[in-house]
Design a protein around this ligand. Structure first.
Ligand code: FNR
Length: 397
């Protein structure tokens, strides 16, 4: 029950009980040996919080300005695909919960609700996550649709030249087309509520791209094949400049880890960065985003807006990211566990848990506002100091 969930870890356990194994592991898993997946969370333990005492912390302001909007919280919901697999309220659940909390919801290109339908359902600032696809015409179509629907910001995912190797999905059969073995079928049989719900509320459709495939006359599997065939390994910085020229609002590059790339992103006119390794789902061996905040802040200077994404399960993690130089954070799995556990109420619960942990951490740290959190509040564990990373660019495009 949601009321018995007191942490994101509790929501994860409830999600595991509610979802058939293939769906749970699709959320929970990472690439290859899942080293990066684990490191994303454990890296936060390498930083201690150093409190300052005897300050009046009777009121605490959690608001930030981000990507041209005032948000009530210094974290938002990262774009994640295929929400219908986890709950029938799908993307609406996350968009409504984000709206109630006064923060951004990032809608994925691979959502199961169209960007127009989500925009019509809420009034809060929305972000659309875009790819530069082989079909540049479709990317431009998204830009035009986002402008028409009133999206605040575009976030371009740049760590998806191809999909990572998610071995849990191979084992559970969560591949396209699905190949479910006995164990997975048993897990569907033992989660009848999920199966019944899918039968009662079908609606699994990659709603933003479906029209392209419908026009080609293919079926549902054709749609997945179509999307996979659209990831483009030839995309370079020149394409980012091309997108920049077409979108005048805030443009954020998601999936930057290298300080040299961060400087390059600034040079081509990106407004912000999401320092991210895609939640450990892409390049295994990639460092935890939290370890790159300081070097990237040093590379881009104070003006560029930086979001940290990956491994955030506690409000204190958000405080550490901000202390190291980030403006805000975004969370993926933390809210997807909530979505699977209880739809919109579950996403709201995940946000409420993180909000109250964040507020309590700030009070105990002696900070009344997000801008009062600074580097003096973090102390790297002895012997785990993050080496200075030289700022070098290969100079290639
Ligand atoms: C993602 N993520 C993601 N990112 C993106 O740019 N487009 C997408 O469609 C998706 N889809 C997606 C699905 C699922 C199930 C997960 C868990 C993640 C990555 C996401 O935006 C974010 O970078 C990570 O989730 C952050 O790490 P944590 O918070 O999950 O640890």
């Amino acid at each position: 029950m949601l009321s018995r969930c007191h942490s994101i870890a509790d929501l994860r356990r409830l999600a595991q009980r509610r979802l058939p194994a293939p769906m749970f592991h699709y959320i929970d898993g990472g690439a290859d040996d899942e080293w990066t997946l684990r490191r994303n969370q454990s890296a936060f333990q390498d930083y201690q919080l150093l409190p300052e005492t005897l300050r009046d912390v009777s009121s605490v302001d959690l608001s930030v300005d981000l990507f041209g909007r005032k948000l009530a919280l210094p974290f938002f919901l990262a774009p994640t695909g295929m929400s219908r697999l986890f709950h029938h309220q799908k993307e609406f659940a996350a968009a409504h919960a984000a709206e109630a909390a006064g923060t951004f919801y990032g809608l994925s290109t691979l959502a199961t609700t169209s960007l127009e339908d989500v925009a019509a359902a809420v009034r809060n600032p929305l972000m659309f996550q875009i790819y530069i696809l082989k079909d540049r015409g479709l990317t431009l179509e998204f830009v035009a649709r986002c402008k028409a629907a009133g999206y605040s910001a575009l976030c371009l995912t740049v760590d998806m030249a191809m999909a990572g190797n998610r071995e849990r999905d191979l084992r559970t059969g969560m591949v396209m087309p699905p190949r479910f073995g006995l164990r997975s079928l048993w897990s569907f049989a033992t989660h009848p509520a999920w199966a019944m719900n899918l039968a009662l509320h079908p609606g699994f459709r990659l709603a933003n791209v479906a029209h392209r495939v419908d026009a080609l006359g293919a079926g549902a599997m054709g749609l997945i094949d179509y999307v996979n065939s659209q990831f483009d390994r030839t995309v370079t910085w020149a394409d980012v400049e091309w997108l920049r020229a077409h979108w005048t609002g805030p443009l954020i590059l998601k999936g930057i880890l290298s300080p040299a790339d961060a400087a390059r992103a600034k040079a081509v006119g990106a407004d912000g960065l999401m320092i991210s390794n895609h939640g450990g789902r892409q390049l295994d061996g990639a460092p935890a985003p939290i370890d790159l905040v300081r070097p990237i802040r040093a590379a881009v200077g104070p003006g560029m807006e930086l979001v940290v994404d990956g491994g955030i399960r506690r409000g204190g993690d958000i405080v550490k990211a901000i202390a190291l130089g980030a403006d805000a954070c975004s969370v993926g799995k933390a809210y997807l566990y909530g979505l699977a556990a209880g739809g919109e109420a579950g996403v709201s619960k995940a946000i409420a848990i993180l909000r109250s942990e964040l507020e309590r951490t700030m009070i105990l740290l002696g900070c009344r506002s997000i801008s009062e959190i600074g580097e003096r509040h973090v102390l790297p564990l002895e012997g785990r100091r993050i080496p200075a990373i030289p700022l070098q660019s290969t100079g290639t495009v």
